[in-house]
Write a protein that binds this ligand. Structure first.
Ligand SMILES: [Mn+2]
Length: 336
C-alpha cells in the first residue's frame, strides 16, 4: 500500500478504536504492524459513537504524531476536529461513511464497494496488507456478523481457514462473546488488556476460550440479556418493539437475540438509563430487501449521534425526544 510504511515511522501514535471484538482485533493487528513504535490505544466512552470535549482535550494534551481511527464511525465533525490535532489521520473502517480526502481513509465501503465484501474492519486490514486469513481477521468478522457470517460473500474463504486451523464457527462465536463481555459490563481496562491479549495469543486460539476474566464477565452479561428475551412482547407484522433499562451495554446483543425470535423480521429496541439524559435506540433487520439507511439519514438529519449499515442502525436520542423518534422510525419501517 502506497505510503503505508510511513505509518511505521510516525512516532507517538494513538489508536482510537471501537470497543467490540472487531475494534479490538483491528487495534491488535495495527499494533502488531507498528511493532516497536510507541502506541497508545483508546476507546471512546462506551456506547458513545463520538468523542467528548474532554476526550479531545486529553488527546490534544498528550500530543500524538499520528492518530489512527479503527472500526469507529465517528461523526464527520469529530474527524474535522481530529484533523486539527494531527496532520496524520489514518482511518480503517467498513461502515457506510462519506468519502474524505483530508485523511488517509481506508474504507472500501465509503468508496463504493459492496459492504457484503467487508464484514469487518479486520477484513479491510487483511486485504490492505495482503496477509493470509488469520485468527484476528476472522474473529473481527464473526464478532460483527455473528451467525449471519455464513450468508456473507467471504464465508467460503473463512471456512477454508477454519478447517486448516481446526477451529469451528461455534468456537469463534464463543471467543467473540467472551471478548465483547468486557465492554458490555463497562470494563475499559479489560478492553485495553484484551488488545494485547489477542495480539500475544493469536497463535493459541484455545487461550482465548479460557481467559478467566472474560468468562466471569460473560456470565454476568448472559443473565441480564436472558431477562430481556423473556420480557419481550411478540412482534406485530414482523416488527418487534422492546424497551428496557440497564447500565450494561447490551442493547446490540438484546436486539440480536430478539431478532432471532419467532416471526421477527425487524426489531426496534430502546434502552433507557444507560446514559443520564439520553436513550439508546437500535434497529436491526434480517429482511434482505429492507435498507435501514433512510432511518439513519432521518436520525442524522435530526442531529442525533447515530451510525449503522444496511441491516443495523443505532442512535442516541435525548430522552424527551425519544417517543417522537420511535414513531418516525416505525413510520419509515412500515413504508417499506
Ligand atoms: Mn466493525
Amino acid at each position: 500500500m502506497e505510503g503505508f510504511e510511513k505509518l511505521k515511522e510516525s512516532g507517538k501514535t494513538l489508536i482510537l478504536h471501537h470497543w467490540d471484538t472487531d475494534g479490538i482485533c483491528s487495534a491488535a493487528i495495527i499494533t502488531g504492524f507498528l511493532e516497536g513504535s510507541s502506541v497508545k490505544t483508546m476507546v471512546p466512552r462506551i456506547g458513545m459513537y463520538s468523542l467528548s470535549d474532554e476526550e479531545f482535550v486529553n488527546i490534544e494534551n498528550e500530543g500524538f504524531d499520528a492518530i489512527i481511527v479503527a472500526d469507529l464511525a465517528l461523526p464527520e465533525n469529530d474527524f474535522d476536529r481530529l484533523v486539527g490535532l494531527s496532520s496524520d489521520i489514518w482511518v480503517f473502517d467498513h461502515h457506510a461513511k462519506k468519502k474524505r480526502s483530508d485523511l488517509h481513509q481506508f474504507n472500501p465501503v465509503a468508496r463504493g464497494s459492496p459492504s457484503d465484501n467487508y464484514p469487518s474492519t479486520t477484513w479491510v486490514l487483511s486485504e490492505l496488507w495482503k496477509t493470509p486469513l488469520d485468527l484476528l481477521t476472522v474473529l473481527g468478522a464473526v464478532g460483527d456478523k455473528e451467525r449471519n457470517i455464513r450468508e456473507n460473500a467471504v464465508y467460503p474463504s473463512m471456512e477454508k481457514y477454519l478447517q486448516s486451523a481446526r477451529l469451528t464457527l461455534e468456537e469463534l462465536l464463543r471467543m467473540t462473546e467472551l471478548i465483547d463481555s468486557n465492554y458490555r459490563i463497562g470494563d475499559v481496562s479489560a478492553i485495553e488488556e484484551a488488545v494485547s491479549f489477542v495480539l500475544e495469543h493469536q497463535d493459541d486460539p484455545q487461550s482465548l476460550l479460557t481467559n478467566e476474566t472474560w468468562i466471569e464477565n460473560a456470565e454476568k452479561v448472559k443473565k441480564r440479556i436472558a431477562i430481556q428475551e423473556i420480557n419481550a412482547n411478540p412482534p406485530t407484522k414482523g416488527i418487534l418493539v422492546h424497551e428496557f433499562s440497564s447500565s450494561y451495554d447490551i442493547i446490540s446483543a438484546v436486539s440480536r437475540k430478539l431478532s432471532r425470535k419467532k416471526d421477527v423480521r425487524t426489531s426496534l429496541v430502546i434502552q433507557t438509563r444507560f446514559f443520564e439524559e439520553y436513550d439508546r435506540v437500535y434497529v436491526r433487520t434480517s429482511d434482505v430487501h429492507l435498507d435501514l439507511k433512510p432511518i439513519l439519514d432521518m436520525a442524522q438529519g435530526k442531529g442525533h449521534v447515530s451510525g449503522g449499515k444496511r441491516e443495523v442502525m443505532g442512535a442516541i436520542v435525548p430522552s424527551d425526544e425519544n417517543e417522537a423518534f420511535q414513531n418516525e422510525v416505525l413510520k419509515l419501517l412500515e413504508a417499506t
